[in-house]
Ligand binder design. Structure first.
Ligand code: C5P
Length: 422
């Protein structure tokens, strides 16, 4: 995840904070303070081990809420059942996520309130691991992390540094402000797990297929500190990659700099410039489907080796060079995937431009959307897409980007399925 500024808010959001038993628990107290400062409602659940490090009273005082710790408490269950506790949250955060807690969650064990909530939830879970460096690097822990990631969990940290146990390496829990920022990102990305059915293509619709997706903006350097960029957030492209993975495809996501978590189940290649994106796409081929959702910069500057100094001679002239057109080159190349999908972001004459693009770039499908001011596509949660193909234009209603992604993947699965039919 690369940091790019976003206007975000944690106000009135509900976080269920599950606290595991590690020395990093003191940072979780600080996290509660930071979240409360931002107007967030924090409900705390402690494991038995967590209570060996701090008392529930410390969390009660900071969260100004009751702290839950007992799966079998008749009073708690009557006041707020454990299912409700997990359902009413916007996001579940586990901090510190100890090796043991990760192992239990990865296995789906539910022998206390914390793990029962993790199993009963329909929300994504953000884990902030904290443990000794050897425990973190142990293949068993890495397996558990990979399992949880594959199930849709997100991770912040651990950081590398000196540890309470006197060792040095990865295992330090992220700092409270880093976790708060990751919570904002997770909420922005849509913290609810996709429904098991509905619009979603049923598991396996793209099984055995390789899907390559580009997403986000590109950064084109002007000098070592400055770059040309655009307003793409990557939300649509990342949602498409996630939907393709859920449909059973092997997904390679080639992402420009975005403030998003890597979607679960995808191989993610992080790049900065259009030329890097081109190289990564070529390396990812062959594929069955290529979806170019990235807002690739059309031009780049010839970057200066040293920072351009502000001096008396006035503003420097920027001379721009055209970037490679990744979509056109994949679509016309010798390794052309069976289906090639482009995006058209336009502020005027949307459909006409999309139809021209379909022909000019040799795509099978163009997803067109209006990015004029007020349409709210850049960085927003929804998108009003028009599907432009040689067969005509299909107008979709305004949908959440996740739903646009699910519909698009369902459509592509249908198209590629038909091609295969005798
Ligand atoms: O030409 P224009 O940028 O409007 O086309 C948009 C479509 O082409 C998008 O699918 C985008 O990902 C892709 N594109 C590309 N490489 C470029 C420019 C655009 O793949 N250099």
């Amino acid at each position: 995840m690369a940091g790019v500024g976003h206007a975000r808010s944690l106000e009135a959001k509900r976080i269920l904070l599950i606290v595991g038993g590690g020395i990093a628990v003191y940072k979780s107290l600080e996290l509660v303070r930071r979240l409360r400062e931002r107007g967030t409602v924090v409900r705390v659940v402690m494991t038995a081990a967590a209570k060996e490090f701090v008392t529930p009273l410390a969390f009660v005082s900071l969260a100004n809420e009751k702290v839950y710790d007992d799966l079998f408490s008749a009073t708690d269950e009557q006041e707020m059942g454990h299912i409700e506790l997990s359902r009413e949250a916007d996001l579940i955060v586990v901090a510190p996520a100890t090796a043991h807690l990760l192992a239990r969650a990865a296995r789906g064990l539910c022998d206390d309130l914390a793990t029962t909530l993790l199993l009963a939830t329909d929300k994504r879970v953000l884990y902030a691991p904290a443990m000794n460096v050897r425990m973190w690097l142990h293949p068993a822990t890495q397996r558990n992390v990979a399992t949880l990631h594959g199930d849709g969990a997100w991770f912040v940290g651990p950081n590398i540094g000196d540890m309470a146990c006197g060792e040095y390496g990865p295992g330090r829990m992220s700092e409270p402000l880093e976790i708060a920022e990751a919570i904002e990102t997770a909420l922005m990305q849509g913290a609810r797990l996709p429904p098991p059915d509905g619009l979603m293509p049923q598991g396996g619709a793209l099984k055995g297929r390789h899907v390559v997706v580009t997403s986000g903006p590109t950064h084109e350097p002007i000098d070592p500190v400055r770059y040309i960029a655009n307003r793409s957030s990557g939300r649509q492209g990342h949602a498409i990659a996630a939907a393709a993975a859920r449909a059973g495809a092997r997904v390679t996501l080639i992402s420009g700099p975005v403030a998003l978590f890597d979607p679960p189940g995808c191989e993610v290649v992080h790049i900065e410039s259009a030329r890097d994106m081109m190289t990564a796409v070529e390396a990812a081929l062959p594929a069955d489907i290529f979806i170019a959702a990235a807002a690739v910069a059309d031009w780049r500057a010839a970057p200066a080796a040293e920072k351009i100094k502000k001096d008396q001679s006035g503003a420097p002239a920027l001379s721009l060079i055209e970037n490679p057109d990744i979509l056109a080159s994949v679509s016309r190349g010798s390794k052309r995937p069976r289906l090639v999908v482009g995006f058209a972001a336009e502020t005027t004459d949307l459909i006409r431009h999309a139809q021209e693009k379909l022909v000019r770039k040799g795509c099978d499908l163009i997803v067109a959307n209006d990015v004029s001011e007020g349409a709210g596509v850049f960085g927003g949660a929804t998108n009003e897409a028009h599907l432009v193909s040689p067969a005509g234009v299909e107008d979709w209603p305004r949908l959440r980007k996740e739903d646009v992604a699910a519909r698009l993947i369902a459509r592509l699965a249908e198209m590629i399925g038909d091609e295969r039919a005798p």
